[in-house]
Each structure stands twice: as C-alpha cells, then as structure tokens.
Design a protein around this ligand. Structure first.
Ligand code: NDP
Length: 493
C-alpha cells in the first residue's frame, strides 16, 4: 500500500487530515548519504531534522561528526596522506630531472597531521553550513528509533529529545571490524591510523582490501618498513586478477613486504613494540599493527528491532530498490545497507531517496558501470566488468586488449614501474564492457572512461577517438591489437 502511494507520488502531498508530525523527514546520521538526502529533501520543500554524534577524528559509538566517515576519517584524510606520502618517491624521481637534493630531506609527520586535522575541521564546518543554509535542523547526539515514526536523540549531557517524523531515514554508515585474535586490542583500525601521534617506523597490516593496500602505500611512502599480510594469493579480491597482480608487483617494487596466504593469530606486547605472530609461525615486530579487515554496518544501537526493521545476516538494513525498509515509514541509505559501500554511491542513494519521497519522481539507484579507485601508489582504477566477471556474465565471446608500458616520466626518472591498461570488449556487440588501469592518474582517467561505458561506447568508437599526446590516457584509444579472445562459458543461444 505504501509503495503504491509512493509510486503515485502521493507521499509528497500532505493531506490536511493527516497526523501532525514534527518533521516530514528525520535523518539519523549526517555522513555523505544523510547530508545529501536531507538537503535534497529540504530543497523539495520537506521540513527536515537530522542528528549526528559530536565531532572527533576518531569515532566511537558515541562520537562521530557531521561529514561522516568519508570526510572525517575516510576518503578525504586518506587522500591527504596519499598526497603526503607520494612526495617521498617523487623526490627520488626528481633527481634524474636535475634536482640536486643535497641536504638531508626530512619528513615532518606532525605537521601533516595538523594540516589534515585543520582540513577535516574546516570540512565539518562546511557540511554544517550546507545543512543550515538548506533549512535542515541539526541536533547533536545519538539517535535511535522508538517507533516507526518516532526518534529519540540523546545529547552528550544526557538530555533526551523526542521527535516524530512522517519518514525516518537511517544513514549511520559502518565501522571497522576487528578479528577476534588474542591481543587484538593492541591493533588499531583506519580511524586511529589517520590520527597517530607518532609516525611508525615498522608496520604490520592485516587485510588485502582497499584500506590495507592504501595504508601500506602511505606508510611505505613516508619511509616505514611495511609487512602486508593477506589471506589470498593476491590482494584486492574481487578486482580483475591481472590488475591485482600488477598492484602486488608495484607494492613489492616500492619496498613493501608481501605475505600472501597469511593471517595473524596473535599479538603480543613486548619491550620492542608489538609482536605479530602469523599462521605460518613467523614473528613480525611492529610499532603499529593495523587491522584492515572490513567494516560492518552501524545498526547495533539504533533500536531497529523495536521498530520491526529487518536486517540481513551481516547486520545491514534490508531495503528494496527504492531504499525503503519493510516498515513503510523507515528508509535507509549508504553503508548501513551494505549495497555498494562507496561515498559516491551513498550520495546517489541519498539523492534518489529525496527524489522518490519528496520530489514526486521515484528513482532507483543504478549500480551499473560505477567506477572505483584504490589509492595505493600508483593507484588502480576500474569501471565495468573485470575479465573474470565478463567471462561469467557475457553471453558471447570476450576480446581483451591490454597495454603495458613505461610511463614517459619513468624513462627519465629511472623508476622501474610499468603502467598497465586493459579493455574488455563484448566480441559480438563490440561494446566495451570493462576497463582497468594501474598507473599514475588512473582515477582521473577512469572517470572519463566511465562516461563512455555508461553511453555504451564500442571499441570502434574508442579507436576513432583521437588521443591526447603525450599522455598515458591516449593508450586507451590506441590499443589496436587484441591480446586474447576468450570463449564465453555461457551456452550460446
Ligand atoms: P575490504 O572489504 O576491502 O577488505 C577486507 C580485507 O580483510 C580482505 O582482504 C579480507 O580478506 C580481509 N579479512 C577479513 N576478515 C579477515 C580476518 N578475520 N582475518 C584476515 N583477513 C581478513 O575492507 P577494507 O577494510 O579494506 O575497507 C572497507 C570498505 O571501505 C571497502 O570495502 C570499501 O567499500 C570502502 N573503502 C573504499 C575506498 C575507496 O573507494 N578507495 C578506500 C577505503 C575503503 P579476504 O579477501 O580473504 O576475504
């Protein structure tokens, strides 16, 4: 019934006889998804309230901050540290370009940390102003549901505020999870890693996902010894296998010690730091051990059971294609729904929620051809299908085009690191269905390639596009020779 009303656009037209609510929409969580959803809903004319935990760079169950993970303890500070770390190897590369770096070059971690903190405080203020300038009322405190249309916000001093709302949107994100091994409390997560008082000299990282390889690059770039332990043969499970191998080679080439098929079984505090024991019996000593072992949705303290909201077996809120839960007045967007846990996706879900509920334009988020980037050094970026996914999904045969080359900068700097690009093409339709690149500026290049894939570009159209010379990007339009053709696993119709 609610869905029928919704699709008819009737929910955006209040009925005079309806119950009076304090708000048309109350949002729990002011991260990327919550802020976007609330301000777009307000622009559609809704009266919107939002709550968020007080600000701190390191989150806990009672501390967070407007801007959320991405802005305060995720993408933004991480990218600042990636920039900071990149100067180290860039300075080495500069020597063959004639830069005489005669005096000892020092890296001042505390200075970068301070600059990073200033920037996230500035952004926290920007996000607060975005909310107020759009007429969204912000309440600082922990929100929880007390019914399908009721929210309670507990402020830092213990004061409880109660609100009713026609719609409640949960956008509380996720938090790092820790494997339950002895001594696990000695390890840190990415939250603390972005705010360490001292730069570690020796680091052990557990995990082979985004955060693990990004922090391996950051700390190595800043001069630390890095041991990266991951369970699979290669890091970045789920990405194109060939590109995973390229990332592994580059990490190793930059001096990171890779430990494939390795997990940690115990952490022990010693006079010399933390001893990390691997499941092969190896002992690695570190100043810092980072657990980069995934994140779990923030649903535990929301009282969702009382409101009857269904969760999946990962603890994520179950939603339909419009982000509506099984309780018609309650919706959820972003990482708390564990669909595709990326900031731009959370923004899309937040915006489409506002269009659906208050804009009179029900819109389903479109998860096809979403580009990703892993900000290891050099970065990996992809859009569409990996070669393995194409083989599983495509109806016909697949053509793979690859290019491996020495980036022009390296011909002079002497850095031994190739850039690798790949296009996956549907042999029958000639459509490009996947693209990947590992090399400098890959994310900047891949954003444009994503537009081409979204438009359904064919390989012929890529080939007919004139390149920008000299650039690495031009390789994407000059891959003339097919590297291999792979016969589809799907039965031919
Ligand atoms: P990921 O899900 O990317 O990777 C988790 C890693 O931890 C995997 O290698 C996994 O191994 C390993 N792992 C999980 N449990 C254990 C365990 N008990 N013991 C040993 N290893 C374990 O998570 P991250 O923490 O790296 O990042 C969280 C999410 O944040 C990402 O999924 C992504 O959505 C987002 N993110 C996005 C970024 C970007 O867009 N650039 C940057 C950072 C984060 P296995 O593969 O064997 O399961």
């Amino acid at each position: 019934m609610a869905r029928k009303m919704l699709l008819d656009g009737e929910l955006s037209k209040p009925n005079e006889d309806e119950v009076h609510y304090d708000f048309d929409l109350f949002v729990i969580g002011a991260g990327s998804a919550g802020v976007r959803a609330s301000r777009m809903s307000a622009r559609h004319g809704a009266k919107v309230g939002i709550c968020e935990l007080p600000f701190h760079p390191i989150s806990s169950e009672v501390i967070g901050g407007v801007g959320g993970t991405c802005v305060i303890r995720g993408c933004v500070p991480k990218k600042i540290l990636v920039y900071g770390a990149s100067y180290g190897p860039d300075l080495e590369d500069a020597r063959n370009y004639g830069w005489e770096l005669n005096e000892k070059v020092d890296f001042n971690w505390k200075k970068l940390l301070q600059k990073k903190t200033e920037e996230i405080i500035r952004l926290n203020g920007v996000y607060k102003r975005i909310l107020s300038s759009n007429g969204v009322k912000l309440f600082e405190g922990e929100g929880k549901l007390v019914g399908p249309n009721e929210v309670e916000v507990t402020q830092l001093d213990g004061t409880k505020l109660s609100f009713s709302a026609k719609h409640v949107l949960v956008a509380t994100g996720s938090r790092a999870q820790r494997p339950a091994i002895p001594g696990q409390e000695l390890a840190i997560t990415s939250d603390e890693a972005l705010s360490l008082d001292e730069l570690p000299k020796r680091v052990v990282i557990l995990g082979g996902g985004y955060i693990a390889v990004e922090f391996a690059s950051i700390w190595r770039g800043m001069g630390a010894t890095v041991d990266l332990c991951f369970r699979k043969e290669l890091p970045l499970r789920g990405f194109d296998d060939e590109m995973r191998a390229v990332v592994a080679r580059n990490l190793e080439g930059r001096g990171i010690n890779l430990h494939p098929r390795t997990s940690l079984t115990e952490l022990i505090k010693t006079d010399d730091g933390i001893k990390a024991i691997t499941d092969h019996g190896e002992e690695l000593t570190a100043d810092v051990v980072l657990f980069a072992t995934g994140r779990k949705p923030n649903t535990e303290r929301l009282n969702l059971k009382v409101a009857g909201v269904e969760l999946d077996n990962t603890g994520a809120i179950k939603v339909d294609e419009y982000s509506q839960t099984n309780i018609p007045s309650i919706w959820a967007v972003g990482d708390v729904t564990n669909r595709m846990n990326l900031t731009p996706v959370a923004l899309m879900e937040g915006m489409f929620f506002a269009n659906t509920v208050f804009g009179g334009n029900p819109t389903k988020p479109d998860y096809t051809n979403i580009p990703f980037a892993v900000f290891c050094i050099p970065p990996l970026s992809v859009v569409g299908l990996s070669e393995e996914q194409a083989l599983e999904q495509a109806k016909g045969d697949i053509k793979v085009f690859t290019s491996t080359f020495n980036p022009m900068k390296n011909t002079i700097s002497g850095r031994q690191e190739k850039t690798v690009m790949k296009l996956v093409v549907d042999a029958e339709t000639d459509k490009v269905i996947g693209a990947s690149m590992c090399g400098p500026d890959a994310p900047e290049i891949m954003q444009g390639i994503a537009v081409a894939l979204k438009c359904g570009a064919t390989k012929r159209q890529f080939d007919s596009t004139v390149g920008i010379h000299p650039s690495a990007a031009e390789e994407f339009v000059t891959m003339r020779d097919v590297t291999r053709t792979i016969v589809s696993k799907q039965p031919k119709l």
